[in-house]
Ligand binder design. Sequence first.
Ligand code: FAD
Length: 298
Amino acid sequence: MKLKDIYNTNKPVISFEIFPPKADAQDYNGKVESLFSELKVLSKYNPTFISVTYGAGGSTRDKTLELVIKIKKELNLLPTPHFTCVGASKAEILEYVKEVENAGIENIVALRGDPPKGQDFFVKPKDGFGYANELVEFIKTNTNLGIAVAGYPEVHPEAESAKDDLINLKRKIDAGADAVITQVFFDNSYYFEFVEKAQKAGINVPIVPGILPVTNIAQIERMVAMSGTKIPENLTNSLKKFENYPDAIKKLGVEFAIKQCKELLKNDIPGIHFYPLNRSFATDCVLKELNINYTIKN
Ligand code: FAD
């Protein structure tokens, strides 16, 4: 099913994002098996698709596709690989997207990617692309894949201004993207404002909120440092208060995410894209509490 059809419904679409275990990790296969056990737990919510990230510098290129194919075969869920412009020439990109299509995959998340480690700025690869809108246009011209792109309710850290960032988001939609998946945020007012401004700017595709139930302080600190996402003061204070109590942190994170999702669901949102960070526990707890008609699988 193509992204266009996925979001052509009046029920909120639930999707999950996972990442491939490090390719050189000891016991890679064991890690994949445990990831699949977690996904099996979440598959009872009948997610409409599972997106699989693409490692920095293309480091998980083969692993991403391998996982995507395994999800399709073994879990019978709709997988969606991410892909970035990092270190790839047009010829390599063409080869990869054709491989994705030939594997029977219907959608892709098209990204520029972050600068590789040790580099301050993104450098356009030789005969490659400098921005995601160019990648979207290329994929659109050369394949029939449905395309999602990234959006930033709190503005992408490299953008000159919020206005410029929105103009650049519109370039991706005009190039053929079917949906926007947002960066994680914890304060819904950023999302609501972003959607309103995007619609006024003529962006009329679904803008899907990205939600991460916090379970671990170190993880969240890393993420915030990279993306510039702000954590509301009340959440920061509570997390600090319980920093030596991992179970209390999980409980707090889950309760916060439930509240956040409930508020989003009261509004006209296309769905929720969860970032479970390869673990089912928190997202499962959140979904149990949301009054969504998932047609839960047994
Ligand atoms: P772009 O849309 O190209 O934007 C990058 C910056 O350039 C922005 O500041 C934008 O305003 C500006 N810009 C865009 N177009 C132009 C233009 N034509 N002219 C001038 N300026 C322009 N990273 C990974 O490595 N792997 C993943 O799997 C991955 N998945 C992600 C999934 C989601 C939902 C999100 C939100 C992010 C993901 N990322 C991933 C992170 C992403 O790669 C980084 O945020 C990256 O820095 C920007 O990628 P982009 O596709 O948004 O880039």
